[in-house]
Design a binder for this molecule. Structure first.
Ligand SMILES: C[S@@+](CC[C@H](N)C(=O)[O-])C[C@H]1O[C@@H](n2cnc3c(N)ncnc32)[C@H](O)[C@@H]1O
Length: 282
């Protein structure tokens, strides 16, 4: 059987990662793209999301889809920049938690000696591997996948895959924490922190306050928003300080304006800071 015939189709929470790829593929086609992700389209197509479906007729659903796509584009660029800054500071270990169809190992330039770990469950990593084979993709760094559920003992699996907690790491949790209940988020943060040597860095995206009510409450069954369960704490900077991190928080709108992509309509709700987090371990 060919890769295509054997490929497991997206389902449950990991299907959301293929939806993210669809958004990145659309962004990559723009002349003024904030990043280019040449593999995104192949991931979306393999998951049946390309060509991209037309926007929903329902105005509220259309607005929600636009808002989610916008946030994915801005956060991708934010974390690309954060990773470049981490490399410039000398960090050579990268861990993508809930990596999904993240193709940064293939689309970014990495300093020599960079080791990048992609952590997710087995099904999305298998799906991804089959698309990468089909596309003959070649990583620009030493890339290792770690198939483990992040609610289990993932630090042990990561260490077994070669991660060195004595050397600084840059951690990315992009579009992940919103799918984990608060106690699992807390445990994840505590575990990241014990694996982080001084000089480590972290980039997080957090569900803004009120997002569950505005999006998840009337989300279509099986949609990404229907699986959202957690929002950011009241004061994310203070929360991270408690875990030993010096953090800064940014809003989507502020970052979007900085990237020359301000949204044309004013936000329909007050956007509190804290959706996008950068942090350094002292
Ligand atoms: C919205 S996708 C984001 C993927 C990727 N970070 C990106 O931005 O392209 C969420 C990802 O988190 C992963 N995920 C959610 N819960 C997880 C868990 N308990 N253990 C491991 N991965 C998980 C899913 O499999 C999925 O790939």
């Amino acid at each position: 059987m060919t890769d295509e015939q054997e490929r497991v189709q997206p389902s449950g929470v990991w299907a959301t990662s293929v939806g993210v790829a669809r958004v990145r593929a659309l962004e990559s086609e723009r002349e003024d793209a904030l990043f280019r992700d040449p593999l995104a389209r192949a991931f979306a197509a393999a998951g049946g999301l390309w060509p991209s479906s037309p926007p929903p007729d329902d105005e509220a659903a259309r607005r929600r889809r636009l808002a989610v796509s916008f946030s994915i584009v801005i956060r991708t660029r934010f974390l690309d920049d954060l990773l470049q800054q981490a490399c410039a500071s000398g960090v050579r270990q990268v861990v993508l938690l809930g990596a999904g169809m993240d193709s940064r190992a293939f689309r970014m330039d990495w300093p020599q000696g960079t080791r990048l770990f992609e952590v997710d469950t087995a099904a999305p990593l298998d799906f991804k591997a089959s698309v990468l084979r089909q596309e003959r993709a070649v990583a620009h760094c030493e890339r290792t996948t770690v198939a483990v559920d992040l609610r289990e003992d993932w630090p042990r699996a990561l260490a077994a895959a070669g991660h060195d907690p004595a050397a600084p790491t840059v951690w990315i949790a992009e579009g992940l924490l919103i799918y984990l209940p608060e106690d699992a988020v807390e445990l994840l943060l505590a575990r990241i922190s014990t694996q982080s040597a001084p000089g480590s860095r972290m980039g997080l995206t957090l569900g803004s306050r009120g997002v569950l009510e505005r999006f998840a409450a009337d989300a279509a069954p099986g949609s990404a928003a229907s699986m959202w369960v957690s929002e950011m704490p009241d004061d994310p900077v203070d929360w991270l300080a408690g875990h030993g991190w010096e953090a800064a928080s940014h809003t989507l709108h502020e970052r979007a304006a900085a990237y020359g992509r301000p949204i044309s309509t004013p936000p329909q709700h007050e956007e509190r800071p804290g959706g996008l987090i950068s942090a350094i371990r002292r």
